[in-house]
Design a protein around this ligand. Structure first.
Ligand code: PHE
Length: 459
């Protein structure tokens, strides 16, 4: 830890870092967004495109961010600032992303917590009522806020216990449990009549569905899923030791994230197929309704197994959401701590106050403030936060980061850092990626997302 001051947290080793980065990556994005996109864009075609993107573009950016963090020993703002005061704004923009995401992520985390408990308390029939249970709950204001606080309390306790004592231990328990549950439920779901057709739909490439929208959708998903362009990987890199191999670590993180997305897709698309009978029908149920309304109607048909499968499914999603929320919160703590030069405890206090208040505001978007429809009819404050962070800020940050490394500090600075701990035989193609390919792809996502939001074309 040559470059780090003793007060900074650090991982206990390479595997702790890989697990933490994977835990950050594997989240709600894998559990409901990936399956829905795969269903929408012709199953296997989307899977193949996503695979190629993760192992070219995705891991290149992961490597860039972790190396930048390790080189400077700072979280995002400090990392950019160490090359000159005028670059600090890139770090500021990157740091804004987790501030926007965390409150709404915790709200959805609260919904998942409620559903996990409801399988045991209300039973599977109560949840499979075509959506009334869900809409009644999210508009309940007080109740949904309480469940958000329950979810957050777990997150805060883990973060308060520190990087080694809290985060590493929580990941060590939740990540393997998550994988075992995902595989188990996927296998069980495949025994349901009609599920195999869903699995075939999911796995067979339909190349007629290949389109620019598919690539843009896959790119956006990859950013969010790998937790790129928001300073998280810079912070995590700053907790790494100089001897830990960066190239193999980022490749493993990519595999982990892709693997969990793949299994989640298999499970959810197959299950939703049982209820809806075609891939196109599944694709129409985007976002919350797929997970909170459609799946409960599939689970209830499992008879005696309904309670246990429903409970385990939401527990699985809960673990995925918790590990990501922990990662988001840790990043906030690290930003506040570095920014205010205060103790970790004080930084955590500030972060808790922020998330509790901002969460209340976003939560009110479904009840007291539901008259605010920022992105058109039926949209909520949560949708606005999601759009602004994922579709606007993240591509901008990614673009600035690539330009910064590719053209200002020059790729060699990062290549040298990577080579401190391992060979980097792909340095040449990585450089081309960062200088040319990535900036162009990112501009395309940015323009496409914003254009789609304002109705210029549909995605
Ligand atoms: N990657 C997480 C997911 O797929 C979301 C996330 C975003 C987590 C940002 C941490 C930071 O759900």
């Amino acid at each position: 830890m040559e470059t780090n001051s003793p007060a900074r947290a650090s991982w206990s080793g390479k595997w702790a870092f890989i697990l933490a980065a994977a835990a950050s990556a594997v989240g709600l994005g894998n559990m409901w967004r990936f399956p829905y996109l795969a269903a929408k864009y012709g199953g296997g075609t989307f899977l193949l495109t996503y695979l190629v993107l993760v192992f070219t573009f995705g891991v290149s950016l992961l490597l860039l961010e972790t190396a930048l963090g390790r080189k400077t020993g700072q979280s995002a703002i400090g990392a950019f600032k160490s090359f000159g005061k005028k670059y600090a704004f890139i770090g500021v923009l990157a740091s804004a992303v987790p501030f926007i995401i965390t409150p709404y992520y915790c709200i959805i985390g609260g919904w998942v917590t409620k559903y996990t408990a409801a399988y045991l308390v209300n039973g599977p029939e109560a949840l499979a009522d075509g959506g009334d249970f869900f809409s009644g709950f999210i508009t309940s204001s007080f109740e949904s806020y309480i469940w958000m606080l329950v979810f957050m309390a777990v997150v805060f306790v883990v973060v308060a216990l520190g990087v080694k004592g809290g985060i590493e231990k929580a990941n060590l328990f939740m990540m393997p449990a998550l994988i075992v549950m995902a595989v188990g439920i996927a296998l069980y779901t495949l025994t349901m009549p009609g599920a195999i057709d869903g699995a075939l739909y999911y796995l067979t490439p339909d190349f007629s569905k290949f389109s620019p929208e598919l690539v843009i959708g896959a790119l956006g998903q990859m950013f969010y899923s790998l937790s790129l362009a928001m300073g998280i990987m810079i912070t995590y890199g700053s907790y790494m030791r100089k001897q830990d191999n960066l190239t193999s670590s980022v490749a493993r993180i990519g595999c982990f994230d892709l693997g969990v997305s793949f299994i989640a897709g298999l499970l959810i698309v197959s299950a939703a197929f049982v209820a809806m009978g075609s891939g196109e029908a599944v694709a129409t149920k985007a976002g919350p309704s797929l997970m909170f309304i459609t799946l409960p109607t599939v689970f209830v048909d499992m008879g005696g197994m309904a309670t246990i499968i429903g409970f385990l499914f939401f527990l699985l999603v809960l673990f995925a959401a918790l590990t990501s929320a922990i990662s988001l919160t840790e990043t906030l703590v690290s930003i506040v701590q570095d920014g205010l030069k205060c103790t970790r405890g004080k930084a955590l206090g500030i972060v808790i106050a922020f998330v509790v208040i901002a969460g209340a505001l976003v939560n009110a978007g479904y009840n007291g403030l539901s008259f605010i429809e920022p992105l058109g009819e039926g949209s909520s404050l949560l949708d606005l936060a999601d759009f602004f962070s994922n579709s606007v800020l993240m591509p901008i940050v990614a673009l600035l980061t690539c330009v910064f490394v590719g053209w200002i500090i020059k790729p060699q600075a990062i290549i040298d850092e990577v080579r401190v701990s391992s060979k980097f035989s792909m340095a040449g193609s990585w450089t081309v990626m960062i200088k040319y390919v990535a900036p162009v792809l990112v501009v395309i996502i940015l323009v496409a997302y914003v254009a789609a939001q304002f109705g210029f074309f549909s995605m």
